[in-house]
Design a protein around this ligand. Structure first.
Ligand code: CMC
Length: 371
């Protein structure tokens, strides 16, 4: 076999520059375009952060008004997107539904193949407005409930919750949801963003890149972990069973969902902000049992493996108490991350090089085809 060093999982390999965000495991920080994510999450709206990721600067009041108007006017789903969702079986995973619906939105776009930056910004804003409507409608149809039309007097997180639950959410709930959307919006060259950039690098179209990214995000080692956290809590049942469950799971060498990270080894920089939002929600919905389970698992994982939670760990219980179905958690992540993905797609196209790595062959050496 050829002797060459390989970088399994591309671990530790920088593959390009990016100005969208900086993950610094040494200082345990995450910057979006230079701004600490926890500071953005403290005061900025989902719309402001979307603009920041796409354009590199926070919007002026006029720019923000323009984006808000664009987003509010683009929320309603086209009839064939609704039909495509309706035609899918209830057994299909909500990530498959959002992936399919984004594909239909791409096929509907007469300028889908046009990679001009202005066209791609337009498509990014359209997806930003549409994905909450897809996610909300899919959860409702699974409960036999009708679609709720968007309300243009509500901001992005208010309207997302309204379209899902059919009533205006409590301001505390809206704020915790906003925080989660800001924290989930961007995270440099994670697996789904890299997938989006690989597809963009072939000069394919923006919707195809986003569809591929959704496929990558679905896996439990990436975005699917937020659902898996609640599945784990469901298996454990009550807080007093945490340690016994964990001993058994670790003895089976199982990966504990919501813990560990490829880049952060001393804790995910987003967790303290999300944990505070989760605590507000567990208090609001009076679920001290979930907080106890959360803390016991975190403590036991620290003691046994010295592995810390990632963002998906506090996000899972937060979405659960808000009333989202467990399988809807990763589609919510799609709604948030589409801004980061599309910022990266545009950055990739602005100085493109086809992403095409090498492999080291370790199969059967050359041989003759039998006659
Ligand atoms: N549970 C138990 N052991 C773990 C975990 C975990 N969650 N994470 C890492 N380890 C152990 C792993 O078994 C290995 O031990 P050993 O050296 O004895 O074999 C060691 O830690 C290194 O793990 P690794 O899998 O080589 O590390 P990685 O950098 O390839 O994996 C990861 C990162 C996120 C895939 C992994 O931590 C994991 O599978 N976590 C659970 C899934 C999860 O929560 N994913 C969300 C990631 S962050 C948010 C997002 O992107 O969506």
């Amino acid at each position: 076999m050829e002797e060459r060093e390989i970088y399994k999982g591309l671990a530790g390999v920088p593959v390009d520059y990016t100005a969208v965000s900086k993950v610094d495991p040494e200082s345990n920080s995450l910057l979006y375009r230079g701004y600490p994510v926890q500071d953005l999450a403290a005061t900025k709206s989902v719309e402001e952060v979307a603009w920041l990721l796409w354009y590199g600067e926070l919007p002026t009041p006029e720019q923000l008004d323009g984006l808000v108007e664009t987003e509010r006017s683009a929320r309603a789903l086209a009839p064939n997107v609704r039909r495509a969702i309706d035609d899918l079986p209830m057994t299909s995973h909500p990530m498959d539904v959002v992936r399919t619906a984004v594909s239909v939105i791409g096929a509907n776009d007469p300028d889908a193949e046009d990679n001009d930056p202005e066209q791609n910004l337009r498509k990014a804003k359209h997806l930003f407005a549409q994905i909450p409507a897809i996610v909300a409608y899919d959860q409702r149809r699974r409960h036999g409930l009708p679609l709720i039309e968007p309300r243009d007097d509500l901001d992005y997180p208010q309207n997302f919750l309204y379209m899902t639950f059919g009533e205006e959410a409590n301001p505390e709930v809206v704020d915790a949801f906003r925080v989660s959307m800001v924290l989930y919006a961007e995270h440099s060259f994670n697996a789904s963003t890299f997938t989006a950039r690989v597809i963009a690098s072939t000069l394919s179209d923006l919707h195809s890149s986003v569809v591929g990214a959704i496929g990558a995000l679905k896996g439990p080692l990436h975005g699917g972990a937020n659902e898996a956290v609640m599945e784990t809590f469901g298996q454990i049942g009550t807080p007093d069973k945490v340690e016994e469950w964990l001993d058994d799971a670790l003895a089976r060498k199982a990966k504990i969902m919501g813990f560990g990270h490829r880049v952060y080894k001393n804790g995910d920089s987003r967790v303290p902000t999300m944990r505070a939002a989760m605590e507000r929600m567990l208090d609001h919905y009076d679920r001290p049992d979930l907080l106890e389970m959360y803390e016991r698992m975190e403590k036991a994982m620290g003691e046994q493996k010295n592995i810390k939670p990632n963002l998906d760990y506090p996000a899972g219980p937060t979405y659960h108490v808000m009333g989202f179905d467990t399988e809807t958690f990763t589609p919510i992540f799609v709604a948030a991350r589409v801004t980061g993905w599309t910022a990266h797609i545009m950055e990739q196209l602005a100085s493109n090089a086809l992403i095409r790595p090498l492999s080291v062959y370790n199969g059967i050496e050359r041989r003759a085809v039998p006659e």
